[in-house]
Design a protein around this ligand. Structure first.
Ligand code: NDP
Length: 480
């Protein structure tokens, strides 16, 4: 944004390491195959609008073929393998992700728009960590607290969003495979490329054909997968609206369901918090991944006595954020993933102004091509405002204030969601007091947006149900 004392020279990561094919098929039964009834669509780089490749929107027959392949693999090999053998494959997948980490990071940034600093240092290392972690469980399921010999469910149908394409794939596939299930996964329409690269990794790992199947496509493909009678388990991450539709369509069947949906997390800063650290946490909470994060700290609750000071420091910090080329190693804020999402962010931000909140962004040049939105703050926000209630899913922070811990708690919990929350204070007792009362699946203290495969993640209320990660994450894939 260039308001700092000096500017960095561009430091672009080379994209030569990725080899994007002009078109892709579907990964079914261990092979890339042409669609039967699918059509084709283009996937673009959101930072440049350049067409990257053409992928398949799988049709119902394609989905049917993928489910049949997953069933055959389940019956024929995967469910019969001892856990230690499944574990070996998972370790192999984890190591291949590490070996190909640079390629995967560049590909993720190209297809999604997120800064390379994040895909390289956060997404891809967490993907490998997730496979390593669940590899360790594969031969120890009898000790996980679900009985001496917990059984898998069968075929898992998994639908994931575009904000962490490869990481959400890992969150879905690693526990499913560790527990002995096979998988049909549908990546999001706008971010299919790392899932297709993962298909290649499955082949490289000699994973038995049909254990993992990848069907690309949009909402219709997702619906066909979720509604397929051959699916025993549905796992979904995405919007609360689609989550509701899925819950309806699964109701009355014997499919097991986990839903990881939206959020509107409060990031609560008390007057005794170290303010500079809190500023970093606020920035990480809402501007990480352009705010396309279900557990983003999208509502800042600042204690009144330090609110002005905190906002001054926050604004100064936002002036130093660099927005632009996702492949530049200095970039903090990349591109918005799609024109549709950009439109949603613009619309809700306009509503914020209409409802009387005050809008602020640092001086910021947006690139001419691609989809961009500057980091934005709203002050003077009340709980009734839509920007305090609805998930914006963009780099937009709503700032509210409070006087007492009880008021902070009441405001934080005043949301239909309950995925995450943050507390910034010097007092350990206050952290515990707040954490016990915040209705959120994850509560961070003096940090934000920290992830670890050993730690369960999931929501209360309209943020969904079921947990992913940790020992808890095994349960959704076991017949218990
Ligand atoms: P969706 O919930 O539509 O997308 C999530 C996944 O579900 C995608 O793979 C999508 O396909 C698929 N899908 C869509 N409709 C169906 C259906 N009827 N049955 C089965 N699968 C379906 O999210 P959007 O991308 O439309 O984003 C809309 C809003 O949702 C965002 O603005 C944000 O607020 C919120 N969101 C929240 C996320 C979270 O992690 N909490 C993640 C993503 C979005 P397709 O590829 O066509 O989208």
């Amino acid at each position: 944004m260039g308001t700092g004392m000096f500017d960095y020279a561009p430091a672009p990561e080379s994209r030569a390491i990725v080899d994007i094919a002009p078109s892709y098929g579907l990964f079914i039964g261990g092979e890339m195959v042409d669609p039967t009834d699918g059509t084709r669509f283009k996937t673009v780089n959101p930072a440049t609008e350049e067409v990257l490749s053409e992928v398949v929107a799988a049709g119902p027959q394609d989905v049917d073929r993928a489910v049949a392949a997953a069933r055959a693999a389940y019956d024929g090999t995967w469910s019969r393998l001892p856990g230690r053998e499944r574990g070996k494959y998972l370790y192999r997948l984890a190591r291949l992700v590490q070996e190909r980490s640079r390629e995967l990071a560049v590909l993720e940034s190209i297809d999604n728009g997120k800064p390379i600093r994040e895909s390289r240092d956060v997404d891809v290392p967490l993907v490998a960590a997730h496979f390593f972690y669940y590899a360790g469980w594969a031969d120890k399921l009898g000790y996980a607290g679900f009985g001496p010999d917990p059984r898998p469910l069968g075929v898992a149908g998994q639908v994931i969003p575009w904000n962490f394409p490869l990481l959400m794939l890992a969150w879905k596939i690693a526990p499913a495979l560790a527990t002995g299930n096979t998988v049909v996964l549908k990546p999001a329409e706008t971010t299919p490329l790392t899932a297709l690269a993962f298909a290649d990794i499955c082949r490289q790992a000699d994973l038995p054909p049909g254990v993992v199947n990848i069907v690309t496509g949009a909402g219709d493909t997702g619906r066909a997968l979720v509604e397929h009678p051959g699916v025993d388990k549905v796992a979904f991450t995405g919007s609360t609206d689609v989550g509701r539709q899925i819950a309806r369509s699964v109701a009355g069947t014997r499919k097991k369901l986990t839903l990881e949906l939206g959020g509107k997390a409060a990031n609560i800063v008390f007057d005794d918090a170290p303010l500079d650290q809190a500023v970093e946490g606020i920035v990480n909470g809402i501007f990480f991944n352009q705010g396309h994060v279900c557990c983003a700290g999208s509502r800042l609750l600042a204690q009144e006595s330090i609110a002005d000071e905190l906002l001054d420091r926050l604004k100064r910090r936002l002036g130093t954020l660099r927005l632009g080329d996702p492949l530049d190693k200095n970039t903090d804020i990349g591109a918005i993933n799609s024109p549709e999402q950009l439109e949603r962010i613009r619309e809700l931000s306009a509503v914020g102004e209409q409802e009387g909140a005050e809008r602020w962004s640092p001086a910021c040049d947006l690139p001419d091509r691609g989809y961009w939105f500057p980091p934005t703050l709203f002050t003077g926000v009340t709980q009734a405002h839509r920007i305090a209630r609805e998930e914006i899913f963009g780099p937009v922070l709503s700032v509210l204030t409070f006087r007492t811990p009880a008021e902070a708690l009441e405001k934080a919990n005043n949301t239909p969601y309950g995925l995450s929350a943050g507390v910034w204070t010097d007092k350990g007792s206050r952290i515990l007091w707040m954490a016990q009362r915040l209705r959120a699946g994850v509560v961070w203290a003096n940090t934000f947006n920290r992830f670890d495969p050993t730690s369960p993640f999931g929501g209360y209320k309209e943020s969904g149900f079921g947990r992913e990660g940790g020992r808890h994450g095994l349960e959704g894939y076991l017949d218990v």
